[in-house]
Design a protein around this ligand. Structure first.
Ligand code: PMP
Ligand code: GLN
Length: 386
């Protein structure tokens, strides 16, 4: 038999699926795959239920329903002072995952180079490669994971087509500073490239840090696409509603990939997300401040168990250094052990690296109810303290 596509066949099952299956099998508290355990905003759920019953339930327009595209454009104006034309600069996607894939498939030509920062989200490299791109990886080092300026600059060349960024950054838990964004902007301009900006955690920043879309920097509006996700902004990760904002010259080829892969996204969920994006400022404020309190609760609990806890300025994720507790084995052994024996699942950080990954960091998701976080800490305490 002839072989299937070798690039995709070479990848295993996603670490999120692997750890979630193991968590179910062992009845573990799942702090691996990042998904909140609250119900989500009741008015957004109600808007979806109404839209299912009232319809329409047929194919919505390929770029998304006007109400959601308008809401995405208004949200960009309200939070970032961006002027966005909803008719030509916004497209709704089936989650940020599809937005990323459509952007990479729509923009990359075989042989193009793509600059990416490690550690990186698991869907980036397979799609870059499937699109024919050559990855140029720039590694960042804990605890602060600041951008290595020289290494970043030397990853760019005339062959660079785009840089793929994620801020707030999963799994690093960091937020790119204005200084760092200015450096990236200057490289994007110097090498005449684009930036695909994965901003799914745009409302999940802590300690008063602002989210700065690269698109808001001078001369970046035409060179960036910005990706958001209702999954994160409304704590409804199963909905898979995402949105891309970008100049028509970039959005048009990206929409070609979208039309041939999914074509569209369920209309009822689009109506509900349009309603959600218009919610009062207090909603977005509380989303971040509640999560910040969870970070503090869970992070200090881990520290009390003797873990060295790495800084976390945004996202759902906090990481620990296993060397601090003297665990014998690597991060994969550790995650397996705590899932099956302590019954708390986590994700090994090595999954977010390509070559020679560090093997002593583990990522926990803290987007859970307080009693669940406390029970997870109690289980870990029993396991480590005996
Ligand atoms: N990018 C990052 C960095 C993520 O953490 C996630 C989380 N799932 C996604 C993209 C995908 O988002 P969605 O669920 O909307 O596809
Ligand atoms: N973004 C989620 C995480 O990092 C997982 C999403 C998925 O399972 N694909 O945990």
């Amino acid at each position: 038999m002839k072989k299937p596509n070798a690039i995709l066949a070479g990848y295993g099952t996603s670490i999120f699926e692997v750890m979630s299956r193991l968590a179910v099998e062992h009845d573990a508290i799942n702090l691996g795959q990042g998904f909140p355990d609250d119900r989500g905003p009741p008015d957004v759920l109600q808007a979806a239920a109404d839209a299912v019953l009232d319809g329409p339930n047929q194919y919505p327009p390929m770029l998304g329903i006007p109400a959601l595209r308008q809401a995405v454009a208004e949200h960009a104006g309200r939070f970032y002072d961006l002027e966005v034309d909803w008719k030509t600069q916004v497209m709704v996607t089936s989650g940020a995952t599809e937005a990323l894939a459509a952007s990479l498939l729509g923009l990359i030509e075989p042989g193009d180079e793509v600059v990416l920062l490690e550690p990186l989200y698991d869907s980036y490299l397979p799609i870059v490669r499937r699109a024919g791109g050559q990855a140029r990886l720039v590694r960042t080092e804990p605890p602060d994971r600041s951008l290595p300026r020289e290494a970043l600059a030397s990853a760019f060349s005339d062959r660079t087509k785009l840089v793929l960024l994620n801020s707030p950054w999963n799994p690093a838990g960091r937020v790119l500073s204005r200084d760092e964004l200015e450096l990236i902007a200057s490289l994007v301009e110097e090498y005449d490239t684009y930036a695909v900006c994965d901003e799914v955690y745009e409302h999940l920043l802590f300690d008063g840090r602002p989210h700065i879309p690269l698109m808001t920097l001078p001369r970046m509006a035409d060179r960036c696409v910005r990706i958001g996700s209702a999954g994160k902004t409304f704590s409804l990760t199963g909905w898979k509603v995402g949105y891309i904002t970008g100049a028509p010259s970039l959005l048009t080829p990206i929409a070609k990939a979208h039309q041939f892969v999914v074509f569209t996204t369920p209309p009822n969920l689009q109506y509900a997300v349009a309603h959600g994006l218009g919610k009062e400022g207090a909603y977005f404020y509380a989303l971040a401040s509640d999560l910040q309190a969870k970070r503090d609760r869970f992070g200090s609990g881990l520290a009390a168990l003797g873990f060295e806890v790495l800084p976390c300025h945004g996202t759902y994720f906090i990481s620990v250094d296993l060397r601090s507790v003297g665990f014998e084995g690597d991060d994969v052994d550790f995650c397996r052990a705590i899932t099956t024996e302590a019954r708390v699942a986590a994700v090994p950080m090595s999954a977010f690296y390509e070559i020679e990954p560090p093997r002593h960091f583990v990522r926990f998701s803290f987007c859970k109810r307080n009693e669940v976080l406390d029970e997870a800490l109690a289980r870990l305490r029993r396991y480590f303290r005996g």
